[in-house]
Design a protein around this ligand. Structure first.
Ligand SMILES: Nc1ncnc2c1ncn2[C@@H]1O[C@H](COP(=O)(O)OP(=O)(O)OP(=O)(O)O)[C@@H](O)[C@H]1O
Length: 416
């Protein structure tokens, strides 16, 4: 078992290696917000969730070897393990001791006992007022998610609808039959990571920084094809360990199109319709795959609509979903090449992200100006949007980088 350092707690303890550690002891910073401790972003290593003291499922020093045991413990009482129970019992004894010594009259003793019992029952909730808990948000506000998607995500009517219905329906279902599995596809800079962030924030207050949200970046965590067997083991262990600690864990796989063929199939059992596997139930977990695979297909459909003068909002999910799953299955570089996840229909939704147009870039620029505290200057908005490159060459309809680089271009106008 690997030894690694808690950056935040400054202590060393045995924990499971983060996928890819053996093979890539000093990974380079990945794109965006890599979660690796050396990845440049302020993001805790996922192993940190095996720390002590959280009644919401984090009070165990789970190692992979005992992960299934941890799972059983959690299911016993939604995250309150024996360690926590012992702690509460001890607390009860400490509180009761002076009363017993003084041998107070029975009514007071009864009241005291009731108080201790109430404290015992409500302690996890009390705790969760002050710290993040796995069970913190068993429900999700559909309205809040809708508001977020409507106000923040531009030009993606299909993604908005699918994600709103899929995520809110899944979270409100107390007994889902399988984990929710979404595969988001589209051109670069069209909002796939952005939407994952919105989903995470609507489930956990900490969003992507939550201890229960795990981000894997293919080129960062699974760089070497020669280590694929090791990665498979690590990935399984990682997911099993974390779902044992928190059933409502979220796993995001970025750069699926760079994932070695066959690797993702290692997690197939966890995505299937099993009530539990070795004592762990995966049915409440959420898996989100992000990929550029299929972007050409999406662009073709969007371009056809544009050329025939139709609104992009008229594009329906059925115009794309099947084609996306087929192209992911047949594409050697999709991460899903001949994958049993597709073959066995374990991916619930293939979500297309449409390429963004000039007007969407302007919306992204306005939001960025406002978030930096500037007054929206339409002249600058147009100039920044016009600096972007568009395709196809003749018609110049779609931004080739989506909204991705508009923010750095904005710096040019506000460099003083
Ligand atoms: N449709 C959109 N609506 C609003 N903002 C967007 C949209 N698409 C992208 N953005 C903005 O651009 C940033 C970069 O986009 P994001 O990282 O989500 O792209 P992506 O689709 O994941 O790209 P890649 O495939 O290269 O990973 C986002 O953080 C967001 O600020």
């Amino acid at each position: 078992m690997n030894e690694w350092k808690y950056r935040y707690l400054g202590e060393t303890r045995p924990a499971l290696p983060y996928p890819g550690d053996e093979a890539a002891p000093a990974p380079k910073a990945g794109k965006g917000r890599a979660l690796h401790k050396d990845g440049g972003r302020r993001r805790r290593r996922r192993s940190a969730r095996y720390k002590d003291g959280d009644p919401g499922g984090r009070d165990r020093k789970c190692s992979l070897a005992v992960a299934p045991v941890c799972g059983r413990r959690e299911s016993a009482r939604d995250g309150a393990g024996p360690g926590m129970k012992l702690g509460r019992a001890a607390l009860g004894l400490v509180l009761l001791a002076p009363l017993a010594v003084r041998a107070v009259e029975p009514i007071s003793l009864g009241l005291a006992l009731a108080g201790v019992l109430t404290g015992y029952m409500s302690y996890p909730r009390l705790y969760c007022l002050f710290a993040e808990c796995c069970s913190q948000k068993q429900s999700l506000s559909r309205d809040a998610l809708q508001k977020d998607l409507d106000s923040k995500l531009f030009g993606q009517h299909l993604a908005k609808k699918v994600i709103l219905n899929a995520v809110s329906g899944f979270i409100s279902n107390p007994k889902p039959k399988k984990p929710l599995t979404l595969s988001l596809h589209g051109w670069t800079g069209t909002g796939k990571n952005f939407v994952s962030k919105i989903i995470a924030e609507n489930i956990y207050e900490g969003g992507l920084n939550s201890d229960y949200v795990h981000l894997f970046v293919a080129t960062l965590h699974f760089p070497h094809i020669s280590n694929i067997t090791l990665y498979k083991d690590q990935l399984q262990s990682w997911i099993r360990g974390n779902v044992s600690a928190c059933a409502r864990s979220i796993f995001i796989f970025d750069e699926m199109d760079k994932m070695h063929a066959g690797l993702i199939d290692a997690i197939k059992p966890y995505l299937d319709y099993y009530d539990n596997l070795d004592g762990v139930s995966y049915q409440k977990a959420v898996f989100i795959f992000l990929s550029n695979a299929g972007a050409e297909r999406i662009t073709d459909v969007a371009l056809d609509f544009w050329r025939s003068g139709k609104q992009r909002e008229e594009i329906k999910l059925r115009d794309m979903e099947h084609a996306l799953s087929v192209s992911a299955f047949n594409n050697k570089n999709s991460g899903f090449w001949h994958s049993s996840l597709i073959d066995r229909n374990l991916i619930d939704y293939f979500v297309p992200f449409l390429p963004l147009e000039y007007k969407h870039l302007k919306m992204c620029i306005r939001v960025e100006m406002q978030s930096r505290g500037y007054k929206v200057d339409e002249d600058i908005v147009s100039r920044v949007a016009e600096e972007m490159t568009f395709f196809p060459k003749e018609e110049r309809v779609f931004s080739d980088k989506g909204c991705k680089t508009v923010f750095t271009k904005l710096d040019y106008y506000y460099d003083d």
